[in-house]
Design a protein around this ligand. Sequence first.
Ligand code: F6R
Length: 345
Amino acid sequence: MITPVGEQMAREIAEQPPALSRLLHDTAQVREVARRIREARPRFVVLAARGTSDHAALYAKYLIEISLGLPVGLASPSTLTVYGARPHLNDVLWVAVSQSGGSPDLVRSTETARACGALTVAVTNAPDSPLAAAAELGVDVLAGPERAVAATKTYTSQLLALWLLVDHWRGGDGRTAAGLPDHVGSALDTPGIDGLASRLRFAPSLICTARGYSYPTAREAALKLMETSYVAAQAFSGADLLHGPLALVDADRPVLAVVGPGDGGRAMAPTLERLAAQRAELTVIGDPAGVPDVHTVVPLPADIPEELSPIVEIVPLQRLAHRLAVTRQHDPDAPRGLAKVTSTI
Ligand code: F6R
């Protein structure tokens, strides 16, 4: 039997609502890890991850810094694995995020972080993985097997697992997220993705931008577009874009701007105005809030708390990456040169 091109990725994108429901209904492990973290009273958090998982880690950085007031750093595992650094990590919570639990540099750096005194937590989709064994505590994101090289359902499950962990850590009960599977279900039906893919069909490069909680979405969208559609997609925060990269913008370099709800979305206003003034070929994912000259609007389901919106807003962009790859006659299930687990240290 011949399977249609990109069928695996399409199936895994569609599996997100049930995957998220599973996690919402099975919170015993998250609650226990949150209890252990509260008991340990960390004063600093380090998040370690690569690729898509690094975007989930960036999301968690925003969440922890904003809602718990703790400083968070994103690790450079190479300082431990390549240079042999042995930092003092007492009072530090080290959270390694990895769908496979098999990225060797994460395993090695997590072992080192634990030996250096950190409380270590592995957030993975593989509870029997080397990373889960290396860390003291573990959260299984329960996404189910993911076979397409491009991570989709494991990403949204990582985001929700991290949100649940932080919510229980700060004394919540996780119920704010109850409607999330339905919102993600609506995002799967977002209109206009095929038309947008046709418009971007010949674009050699594009820019993704967003602010605040949505910035990891812009980064993840750029990565998904690069690896499935071979478009040179670069992500900049809406603030950083104005500090130089704006000069790249012209009619031949489309811009995808993610405008989430709340403060982060509102903070995009000056960026959108500058992009419009520069006659950018601008697509807004979310609400363009009165900015003229927006070429395409990909609406997002309404009434999602800002903290949780990244779990929804990435979904139309995953569909776009899939559709654009197929439109350009690439197979998004088998991106050239990539493997599901990257084995370099
Ligand atoms: C992109 C993708 C990769 C992985 C990265 C880390 O779609 O899947 O960027 O996220 O190789 O892999 P894990 O999460 O297994 O450590």
